[in-house]
Design a protein around this ligand. Sequence first.
Ligand code: HEM
Length: 601
Amino acid sequence: MTTVSTADELRLYAGLLWNNAFGPKYDLHKIPGPPGYWLWGHMPHLMRPDYHVQALEWADKYGPVTRFSLGGQHIVLVSDPRLAATVLGRGAGALPRKSIGYSFFDLATNHLGLRSFFTTTDEDHWALIRKGTAAARYFVVALKHAQELAGQVRLAAAAAHRGRGVEMQEQVEMMLLDVFLEGLFEMDLRRINSEEVGHAMNLVLEEANERIKNPFRKFVNPLLRPGWTRSVSRAQRLLGSLYGRIFDTTRARGVPPEDETLLWACLARIKDPKTGTPLTREQLLPEIGAFILAGFDTSSHTIAWCLFNVAAHPDVQARIKAELAAAGLLHAGQPNCVTPRRGGGRGGGALQLTYEDLPRLHYLNAVVDETMRQGFCTMYPVAATGSVRETTAPTRVGPYTLPPGVVVWPMIYALHNAAHNWERPGEFLPERWLDGRDTAYASARDAEVPAASASAPSAAASDQDGSEAAGGGGGGGAGRGPRRFMPFSEGLKGCMGQALGLMEVRTVLVSLLSRFWFDLAPAMGRAESVRRNQQIALTLKIKGGLQLLCTPHSGAGRGKGGGSAASAAAGAGAAGAAGAGAGPRRGAAGAPAGAAAGGLN
Ligand code: HEM
């Protein structure tokens, strides 16, 4: 079990400063980049809360490979799809994770300085956990919770004062936390205060994020802000006790049967290669925390940003409703949120959503992809800003040879938004995804990525095979250029929960959008200012929350043009949108093992 002491970290920073001043530079100085300060480098530039936007500005200004530094650390920012795929992929040119770039994550997974498989430098340990959990069946309790959430939204919307909205970001966060605790670990939610846990996570992640920009904060904060430091420690202990409770509960279940493939059972079966015995409490705690964190924050903020985009673009919302209506999934005029069993449908109430419906809702999925492209919801720094890799020997990255110890940052936000990769990158255009899966790839003329590092794009990948496998490696398939869309990263260390995450996002969106019309509450101000008001936690979230006016479709429902949501949908070109998205309805038969029996909604 790897731990990192304060002395280790101080030694590391001293080494970096030394290296910056006196170490070999190879081609570093040839890489274009913004001017910085000698000692601090570009730290002052990155102190702004939306520093991912600053990095994108550099990518746009200085090109697909640009350079800056944070204190003593040289950082090479890559927004060229081909190079990013190579660096993250499995073939020659692939680089290991930069461990310190992830160490902030440990703050939220444990308070003992223990590393999880996500943050360790020990590749054997990473492989042990990754392989041990690869078969995990991410059981879909998302549906149950999504439906409950719709009920809660209805109650909150009814209770809200006129013109005041319902705070959706936090509601979705809590819901996703429940999904994780119940679905992956089979915990009894009545015994867990999700709200308290959610707040503790947010607090710890806020601190973790600040430490990425300013690693010295760890040392000065206890002196300058002792109250805050105590709150962070309290939150860490609270999370630690939750992970401990999960360990105790699942261990008390004894040896899981071989055919049990929920996450807790997979973790329980992993044996320490040295002792041959199941992993100890100390070994498993950070892993439990890593899974919860990796999955809950990313998925919940994806949902929140999708809802924001939908509320900010009534035409987009109406088109989604049209698609849902054509699929028989719109709950127009229903008095409550109880979904009828099969047998409802176009003549009566809405049909029950099945797993098979999800990939067929093309327009909804385009909205999700476009939201993820904009980068609001990918993991940080693991992705809002990218997966962080490191050179361990002199390494060629594109035309440049880099010395060891340089951070290579295939920054997903820049890849997804740089002017050299996309047309009209700043615009929210779900339509760009309707042309087909090739949207995820750069043009074929750039296709020099080794085939060995290829993997499919996010949504398209899981639609295709329904698998819950992690993202694969690098570039495009036959005839395609390299991927320029990789919200789940790439390669061996790409996201393990891609299919689960997408399923949760889509399911919750269908569940809510089939029942409510959403508008931004007046308190949110203009959409543009909300977009500028991002706050980075583990992922980008909406600072101050997402206040939405939620109008149920029943009777009082309204949409574009002032009619009911259903009629708004129809008026928004139902035939085109829905025709592309939803084919004739089928029964639940054939739903993959991950899907709840009988339907998803
Ligand atoms: C929309 C939702 C999600 C997004 C955008 C997302 C994004 C990512 C990204 C970009 C990485 C790569 C980190 C890197 O390159 O260093 C990653 C890793 C990971 N994700 Fe996700 N993720 C999502 C949902 C989930 C869910 C639901 C789970 C639940 C199990 C999960 C579990 C993980 C794990 C365990 C890793 C680390 C894999 C490893 O180190 O081998 N993620 N995720």
